[in-house]
Write a protein that binds this ligand. Structure first.
Ligand SMILES: [Ca+2]
Ligand SMILES: [Ca+2]
Length: 260
C-alpha cells in the first residue's frame, strides 16, 4: 500500500483531467464550497491544431500570499510545467486576466496547502478560431476565412519561430486588404519582434497597401490581427521564412514574395 505518498487529491473528489471539447468549464474541487487541503490538480486543455485556447475566470478566490506560496493557480502555454511556458501564477481575490495561449494546448495547475481554504475558482475556455504557433522554417498564414471577408470582433495571434537554431524571420505579404482608418484603430495587423505582444513593435498596418517586407532581429515574430465590430475586408496572406537556413528555400520564397 502506498501510504508513504501524500494523496494528490483526496478520494472521491474530481480533480483535473484532459479537456478536449472545443469549449468547456471547470472549477476547483468542491466549488462553490471551500476546496480541500493538500490538493493538486492539472487540467490539460487540447483543441484543434492551428487554433489557440482562450481562458477566462468567472470566480476567483484563493488564499492570499504575496508570493502565492500557499495556494495558487498557474497557467501554462503548452503541456509542460516548464517555467519558460508559465503565463502566470495567481492567488488571492484578483482574477487572472483572460488568457490566450499561443498554442493549441494549455495547462492549468491548481494547488492548495494544508491550511486555510477558500471557495476556489470557476473557469471557462474555448477554442479560438485563428492564430497558433508555427515552428517550421517557412510557412504561410492567412486571416480567418481568407479570401472571404474576415469576421468581426476577432483577435488572432500567430507566434512564429522557436525552432532550435532558428535565426531572424522574414515576413512577406502577398495580399492585404484590411479596413483602414486613422492610426489603424479599427482593424489592423501588428508585427512584434519577439514571441509576445509585449515585444518591440515592428509595425501596425491597415488599408489596402501591402505592408513592407519585415525581418525580425530575434528568432521569433508575433503577428497580431484584430478586427472591430463592423466592416471587414479580404484580409491578408503572408509567407514567412527563417533567414539562417542555407537551403534553396530562402531565395525561392524571396523571389515569389517580390513578385517582380
Ligand atoms: Ca491554503
Ligand atoms: Ca472592421
Amino acid at each position: 500500500m502506498g501510504t508513504s505518498h501524500p494523496p494528490l487529491c483526496p478520494p472521491g473528489i474530481k480533480c483535473g483531467g484532459v479537456l478536449s471539447a472545443p469549449s468547456g468549464n471547470f472549477s476547483s474541487p468542491n466549488f462553490p464550497g471551500p476546496y480541500p487541503y493538500e490538493t493538486e490538480c492539472t487540467w490539460l486543455i487540447v483543441v484543434a491544431e492551428g487554433s489557440s485556447v482562450l481562458l477566462s475566470f468567472s470566480h476567483f478566490e484563493l488564499e492570499y500570499h504575496a508570493a502565492c506560496a500557499y495556494d495558487y493557480l498557474q497557467v501554462y502555454n503548452g503541456a509542460a510545467r516548464d517555467r519558460g511556458n508559465l503565463l502566470g501564477t495567481f492567488c488571492g481575490h484578483s482574477p487572472p486576466p483572460p488568457f490566450s495561449s499561443a498554442w493549441h494546448v494549455m495547462a492549468v495547475v491548481f494547488r492548495s496547502d494544508r491550511h486555510v481554504a477558500k471557495r476556489g475558482f470557476a473557469a471557462a475556455y474555448r477554442k479560438d478560431a485563428c492564430g497558433g504557433t508555427l515552428t517550421g522554417l517557412s510557412g504561410e498564414i492567412t486571416s480567418p476565412r481568407y479570401p472571404e471577408s474576415y469576421p468581426n470582433d476577432v483577435e488572432c495571434r500567430w507566434r512564429i519561430g522557436g525552432t532550435g537554431g532558428g535565426g531572424p524571420l522574414t515576413l512577406v505579404f502577398a495580399d492585404f486588404q484590411v479596413e483602414g482608418g486613422q492610426g489603424c484603430s479599427f482593424d489592423y495587423v501588428a508585427l512584434f519582434d519577439g514571441p509576445t505582444a509585449t515585444s518591440p513593435r515592428l509595425g501596425r498596418y491597415c488599408g489596402s497597401a501591402r505592408p513592407p517586407r519585415t525581418t525580425s532581429s530575434t528568432p521569433y515574430l508575433l503577428v497580431l490581427f484584430k478586427s472591430d465590430f463592423n466592416i471587414g475586408g479580404r484580409g491578408f496572406k503572408a509567407h514567412f521564412y527563417s533567414a539562417t537556413t542555407g537551403t534553396g528555400l530562402y531565395p525561392l520564397l524571396s523571389i515569389r514574395g517580390k513578385q517582380q
